[in-house]
Design a protein around this ligand. Structure first.
Ligand code: PXP
Length: 245
């Protein structure tokens, strides 16, 4: 089985910094520590309302990182221009509603196929790998393949929520659809990633899916850093991923 990459999402280091203003804690320092701890990539989401990552964080990450940056963004003209200026390794297109606390659902590619096809073309021309964050759903996967996305990131949130709420039958149903849709997307030539809500308790079964080659994990790791330190939390996540593989 191919090695499973770990992308560490550092958004919530910026959330803590922004709660006070100023410079601490520094998301770039967290990214460099993540690299030392065994991360294979760094993910950062520049939201339209700049609630965590700020524009200067992206400048600083692009300048400091040796790991590839996965730049998460909404499909807006402003974000497209920022991405084209920086040309990060990958751009992950996510839905964004101002009122939501986090990315709640996957992107509806099937409904916005034409607009998204036009939106991602210049990003791909600029050399960015384009990833689309979607629910584990046949219609969304087929639409992602048709618009020319390189990657789909499957939304692991419904599986993780069901686990957290002890709805175990629903959890197993969600896990099965992630598994089936990972296989289906791979058969269409898409690279398959997964993320959102993953924890030490939920990462194993997703890490065991052979078609999934990257997991993007943030909130839990930053939270766990309070108790065990960021480096130790990442090392443990990496260990659980490797063990499941
Ligand atoms: N992948 C995507 C597309 C996301 O939007 C997020 C949250 O920003 C993550 C992964 C990471 O999710 P979490 O912070 O819950 O681990």
């Amino acid at each position: 089985m191919s090695k499973l990459r770990l992308g560490v999402n550092i958004d919530h280091v910026a959330t803590i910094r922004n709660a006070r203003g100023g410079d601490d804690p520094d998301p770039v320092r967290a990214a460099l520590l993540a690299e030392k701890a065994g991360a294979d990539g760094i993910t950062a989401h520049l939201r339209e309302d700049r609630r965590h990552i700020l524009d200067h964080d992206i400048d600083a990450l692009m300048a400091a990182l040796t790991l590839p940056l996965n730049f998460e963004m909404a499909a807006t003209v402003e974000m497209q221009q920022i991405a084209l200026r920086h040309k990060p390794h990958a751009v992950c297109i996510v839905p964004e509603k101002r009122e939501e606390r986090t990315t709640e659902g996957g992107l509806n590619v099937a409904q916005e196929e034409n607009q998204l096809a036009h939106f991602i073309a210049p990003l791909r021309d600029a050399g960015c790998r384009v990833s689309i964050f979607i629910a584990a759903d046949t219609a969304q996967i087929e639409a992602a393949a048709r618009i020319g996305a390189d990657i789909i990131e499957l939304h692991a949130g419904p599986y993780c929520d069901a686990h957290a709420e002890k709805r175990f039958m629903a959890r197993d149903t969600e896990l099965n659809s992630l598994r089936e849709m990972a296989t289906y997307a791979h058969s269409l030539g898409l690279e398959v990633h997964a993320g959102h809500g993953l924890t030490f308790d939920t990462v194993g079964p997703v890490a065991a899916m052979p078609e999934v080659v990257e997991l993007n994990i943030g909130h839990f790791l930053i939270g766990e850093a309070v108790f065990m330190g960021l480096e130790a939390a990442i090392v443990e996540m990496r260990r659980l991923m490797d063990e499941a593989r």
